[in-house]
Design a protein around this ligand. Structure first.
Ligand code: PGA
Length: 249
């Protein structure tokens, strides 16, 4: 059985006091929830305070990015070891905003995922097609290329520590969610591709999140699909009310 994983991607939002009060509320509301893995991914500036705040709770700390090296002359970057020092367990890697705005490609995302795994951080690796690619019926070829690229050289045991987030770019922040059928079609394709690469046992254990305008109103029907194992939530993760409703769908 794959335990559903719901992660909140706060993106570049929340000052320290707001972030702390948000997780205080979440901790309270979500205390009884055992059947989901709950992750919050705040900006770097909040990681230290939230690590303290979340100690002993059922909410896990995640980051939004990392650099593909342990230490060195990389001005402005953050090492996976530094995240680990703060108690970060998961890290979003290759979000479409990073691909689009900062030129991250499958090969860099692959390097970042490899070093994260080596140093003990679990990657939430993002993939997804643009609207143009979907309209040209390129979705499956784009997804296949992304899967092959981002997972290149990873071992079967490393796959056990990865989560894949399928986020159709046209659904992110647009209010336009993929239909459950559209999402499931791609999720099952991803699982099939992973099965071709790593075998069925590994593919069946892999958790694949859906992301893109997930809200309290659409999460339950998405989660009914066979291959959807959770959600990566942007906008709706910024309030305790909507995020907790999503977690408890
Ligand atoms: P959204 O963002 O939920 O605001 O669409 C999702 C994401 O970018 O991870």
């Amino acid at each position: 059985m794959r335990k559903p994983i719901i992660a909140g991607n706060w993106k570049m939002n929340k000052f320290i006091p707001e972030g702390i009060s948000l997780v205080k509320e979440l901790k309270e509301i979500l205390k009884p929830v055992k059947e989901r893995e709950i992750v919050v991914c705040p900006p770097f500036t909040l990681l230290f305070s939230l690590a303290e705040e979340l100690k002993g709770s059922n909410i896990i700390l995640g980051a939004q990015n990392l650099f593909a090296a342990e230490f060195g002359a990389y001005t402005g970057e953050i090492s996976p070891l530094m995240l680990k020092e703060l108690g970060v367990i998961y890290c979003i890697i290759g979000h479409s905003e990073r691909r689009r705005l900062f030129g991250e490609d499958n090969s860099l995302i692959n390097q970042k995922s490899k070093i994260a795994l080596k140093l003990g951080i679990k990657p939430i690796v993002c993939i997804g097609e643009t609207l143009e690619e979907r309209e040209k019926e390129l979705t499956f070829s784009v997804i296949k290329e992304q899967i092959t690229g981002v997972l290149a050289g990873l071992s079967s045991s490393e796959l056990a520590n990865i989560v894949i987030a399928y986020e159709p770019i046209w659904a992110i922040g647009t209010g336009r969610t993929a239909t459950c059928e559209q999402a499931e079609e791609v999720h099952s394709f991803i699982r099939k591709e992973v099965s071709n690469l790593y075998g069925e046992r590994i593919a069946l254990a892999l958790r694949i999140q859906y992301g893109g305008s997930v809200k309290p109103e659409n999460i339950a029907s998405l989660m009914k699909e066979k291959d959807i194992d959770g959600a990566l939530v942007g906008g709706a993760s910024l309030s305790a009310d909507s995020f907790s409703k999503i977690v408890r769908y």
